[in-house]
Design a protein around this ligand. Structure first.
Ligand code: SF4
Length: 228
C-alpha cells in the first residue's frame, strides 16, 4: 500500500503488456546495446505518423519518433509477454516505462513518458553506411509530405491528384527495404526498426487504401483511419 492507501502491488493481470510494448528511453540504451533487447525486437513509429491522442480522442502527427518493442502474433501485445506464465520474459531487463508503470498510480510514468526518448540516431550512427540510408529514406518517404499529398487528393475520376507521387514514395520505401536486405545483408527482421513500418501498411492511417484492380494498383478512400 502507498501513502494514499492504494494497493500498488502488480497483480500480474497483463493488461498493460497486452496494450502494447513500451517505448524506449535513453536509460534503456544499454539494454539494446548489450542484446538484452535485440534490435530486431523493435520497431519505429516515425515522425509525422498519425497516433491516437488519448486526451483529444483524435489522430495527431507524432512530433518525435518512438522506438518501441514489437507486438506478437499480429496484435499489440508486447513481444516479451508470456501469456501462459502471466509474466515478462525479460523482467530483470525490462525498460524504464515498464519499471515505473503502476496502473493504479499513473503519475510516475506520466513524468517520464515523453522525455529523453531513445531514437534510431542514438543506436545507428555507429553502423557504417546505415544511418545515411535512414536519412535518405526519411527525406524521400516523409509522412509530412505524404499527408500533404493525400490532403490534395480529390478522388476526381476515381484518382488522387498526387497519385503518382504517392506511388513513387511507396515504391521507393519498398525498394530501399529490399536493397538493404539483398545487397546490404540486413536481417529482414530489423526493417521495422531501421525504416519504420512499410508504407504500404501505414498509408491506411491517412484514410486511403492501396488496392489491386485489373492487375494495376490504385488508391481508394478507406472507411477506416487508424493510428498507433
Ligand atoms: S517488456 Fe515485459 S513488462 Fe514491459 S510490456 Fe513487455 S512484457 Fe510487459
Amino acid at each position: 500500500m502507498n501513502g494514499k492507501g492504494h494497493d500498488t502491488v502488480c497483480r500480474r493481470c497483463g493488461i498493460c503488456c497486452e496494450k502494447g510494448g513500451p517505448g524506449l528511453h535513453h536509460e534503456d540504451s544499454p539494454l539494446v546495446e548489450n542484446g538484452n533487447i535485440p534490435a530486431k525486437c523493435l520497431y519505429t513509429i516515425r515522425c509525422g505518423e498519425l497516433v491516437r491522442d488519448d486526451i483529444r480522442g483524435s489522430l495527431a502527427p507524432l512530433a518525435e519518433e518512438i522506438v518501441k518493442i514489437k507486438g506478437q502474433a499480429g496484435k499489440w501485445t508486447c513481444l516479451f509477454y508470456d501469456r501462459q506464465e502471466h509474466g515478462c520474459r525479460i523482467y530483470d531487463h525490462r525498460p524504464i516505462e515498464c519499471r515505473v508503470l503502476n496502473c493504479r498510480d499513473t503519475g510516475p510514468i506520466e513524468q517520464i513518458y515523453d522525455k529523453a526518448r531513445l531514437t534510431r540516431r542514438d543506436l545507428l550512427t555507429t553502423v557504417a553506411g546505415l544511418w545515411e540510408l535512414v536519412e535518405d529514406h526519411e527525406r524521400r518517404c516523409s509522412y509530412a509530405q505524404l499527408g500533404a499529398w493525400v490532403r490534395e487528393g480529390t478522388l476526381e475520376n476515381d484518382a488522387f491528384k498526387q497519385e503518382e507521387a504517392i506511388f513513387e514514395t511507396l515504391r521507393y520505401d519498398a525498394h530501399i527495404r529490399q536493397l538493404a536486405v539483398e545487397k546490404g545483408g540486413l536481417d529482414a527482421d530489423l526493417l521495422p526498426f531501421v525504416f519504420g513500418r512499410p508504407l504500404t501498411e501505414t498509408i491506411r492511417m491517412f484514410g486511403i487504401d492501396l488496392i489491386k484492380r485489373n492487375g494495376a494498383y490504385g488508391l481508394v478512400r478507406s472507411r477506416v483511419r487508424q493510428g498507433k
